[in-house]
Design a protein around this ligand. Sequence first.
Ligand code: ADP
Length: 626
Amino acid sequence: MLLLRLRVVCLLAWIFLPFAAAAEEAPPLRVLILLGSDYTLPASVVETEAILSTLTASTRRRMEFYTEALDANRMALSEYEADFVSLLKRKYQGRQMDVVIAVQAAALDFAERHRPELWPGTPVVFCAMPANWVRGRTFAAGITGVTATVDPVGTLDLAMRLQPDVRQVVILGGVGETDRAFLDGARQALRRFQGRLQATWLDHHTFEQMTEAVSRLPPDTIVLYTVISRDTAGRIYTPREALARIAHASKAPVYGMIDTYMGYGITGGKLQSLETDGRRAAELALRVLGGESAAAIPVLPPLPSECRVDGRELNRFGLPESRLPAGCSIEFSQPGLWAQYRREIIFVLLAIVLQGAAIAVLLVQRRLRRNAEFAARQQFSELAHAARLSTAGQLTAAIAHEINQPLSAILSNAEAAELMLAAESPPIDEVRHILADIRSDDLRAGEVIRQLRSLLSKHAPEMESLDLNTLAAGVLNLLAVEARRRGVAMDMEFGELPPVHGDRVQLQQALLNLILNAMDAMDDIPQSLRRVTVRTAANGKDGVEMAVSDTGHGISPARLPHIFESFTTSKQDGMGLGLSIARSIVEAHGGKIRAENNPGKGATFCFTLLANGNRKPPGKSAELVP
Ligand code: ADP
């Protein structure tokens, strides 16, 4: 079995190995690309690349490529032609070319002249040849090629479609050999436009003169750029770079006939693709390399030229696309912002709309909140007023007494004065004293009424600078009779205080409530033990503190955490609003209130306020929002 396998392997090796060796040993196909101009000319680059890529993509045979450039466009070839020929002869000695591809007219002419000497029997394929340049020419057997269209007629037609009112054409060209050939083509073409276009030839000028001339043209002119590789001053140019400078300076649209000019300033033209030209030449070369006789292949006719325009130049000269013939391709057109950034624009618009909607909702919410706040303030104001009225109700007896006392004193004093005045020699000094007493009693009664009125009146919050000690003294004064009535001793321990910023009536109300609660808390203890102490002190650097302590029953631990909440009351007739109103008032002033049981008996309620200089600028706190 093993022996059989070995035999099969040997047999297969015997059959196929010679073929494999032959494939490996086959000589490479040698292709010489002969350029009429220089290697770096854009047209040379495009043609060479097209030839190389087509050839390498189409055969698996190993290929060797050689390139030579005559540079006949810029140099006087005749002066070094003989030397060049002998150089090539030496250089390629022993290297038989399989095909020579002649690119541009100078290369074809050179190949025709020196083929017998340099490449005897080698087929020549030419390209980059305008059809009218080879028309009527006969070539030796073995020379064939492809032709291209240089289409000045089509290009001028296109220009006149785009600029229908124009009557003036300016033709630009250089003095190089190719330049002249292109200018000749333009001259012939213009015969067709006789009577329609008046031609100005800028073909015997320096490059500066041409640039200067186009920079002064009126926009309703057609500029036909042919080729400028050399100007009359003998300066050498790369035609495409020369075009770019001319087009930049020109005040009128520039048209051209070669596709390598696209994107370098021409508005457009009827163009032949050099890339297609190179590819067609390579395909022809492949046929020859494949064994077909070059002599049997006729020169290929040109493909029709293609209408191509530059969208940016149309825009620059305000030429409408609608004037273009059907099928004309617009390149480099800058899409509008909408086409370019449609997604982004939609996204941004959406974001703006959503943001707008969110802002609207927030504004509505703010308005609603403001309204609610306003209503709450109103209600708080009403509530606080009601609470003050209720407090006043509790104090009615004391207040009546407080007013009655001076009134009775006034009456007694007045009666005494009358009696004294009825005497024969009235004691004027005594009467003066009595009158002074009457006056002070009257002031005292008046002050009680004033305080009561200010406490009971409905008023809009009014922020002012206040001395808390004076404010506390006023409240204690008002409560003095009530305290006496209940047998409560009132102590005042006033420290030195900075002024505070606040609403007098509201702060009075808060303090009044704390003191009355303190008195209530001591109802159940013997009168001798009832004591309320009102203490004021500076609180650190930035505040003042007011504390009301009593010796009553204190606050039950269960109630303590909720003591400032509304409707928390332990009294039968209590509403449970006094402390919550007091807290609202203190907090609206930017302060804090707390309650705690004393270590011994009773409780202490204490609130702190910021001193004037340390208050935040008037904001919410100044609005006295509950
Ligand atoms: P009201 O006086 O109508 O009950 P407040 O809000 O002023 O409403 O007081 C709520 C409750 O807090 C009182 O019912 C009482 O139980 C308690 N309280 C207030 N002050 C004191 C105090 N000094 N000592 C003990 N308990 C107090």
